[in-house]
Ligand binder design. Structure first.
Ligand SMILES: [Zn+2]
Length: 205
């Protein structure tokens, strides 16, 4: 692409770094911004800057949060002894949308994937095990997507929990194999949490 402006080219190059945005789309977006009032672009830039500087991870569940303790962990009405293990904030949002779950979460930040060089130490698995050791957890619900990586991660954590006297369950698979949690409809997902099954029985099926 030949640009008559270096500034335009730079903005397009940055925008095109985003997933799913090719150069043509990036150019369309940048030209759109130039047509908008200047204040709108400044608000966007400001929101992105603040996102990177001010955002935190909840010190209890590792979910993305504006505060040290996220709103879910800080809510005394939630049951802290039941913990749902998920990959990231999208899963938390999907499950919260069902209005069927009143426990806590633990956000791993990914799944074990040797192919991508992601091992247990790169995920927040140890803090979860520490919470178990501290006797703060009665039940762990595995809610990772049923991909090879999700199953590997579930099984790794499950093995670490053996003999610790913790109830382990998994969300009932009304959701077909390979589907990501975030795409499951609310009714199905809500039912899956309510009808969760012991983790052992999910391994046999
Ligand atoms: Zn939290």
């Amino acid at each position: 692409m030949d640009f008559s402006s270096k500034l335009l080219e730079q903005a397009v190059d940055e925008m095109a770094q985003l997933p799913g945005i090719g150069k043509r789309t990036a150019l369309r977006l940048v030209l759109h911004m130039l047509k908008q009032p200047e204040s709108q672009t400044k608000q966007l830039a400001n929101a992105l800057t603040k996102l990177r500087t001010d955002i935190k991870r909840c010190k209890n569940c590792y979910n993305i949060s504006d505060t040290e303790l996220c709103a879910i962990c800080a809510n005394p009405a939630r049951k802290s002894e039941i913990v749902c293990v998920v990959e990231d904030i999208r899963d938390v949002m999907a499950i919260e949308n069902t209005d069927q779950y009143r426990g806590h979460y633990h956000v791993l930040g990914g799944k074990i994937s040797p192919m991508d060089g992601i091992g247990p130490s790169q995920l927040s698995i140890k803090p979860l095990l520490d919470k178990v050791e501290a006797g703060k957890i009665e039940e762990i619900i595995f809610a990772l997507s049923s991909t090879l990586e999700g199953d590997t991660t579930n099984f790794y954590i499950y093995r670490q929990l053996e003999g610790k006297g913790i109830k382990t369950s998994t969300i009932a698979r009304g959701i077909s194999v390979g589907d990501e949690l975030e795409y499951a409809d609310e009714v199905t997902l809500g039912r899956s949490i309510a009808n969760r099954v012991p983790f052992e029985s999910s391994m046999r099926s």
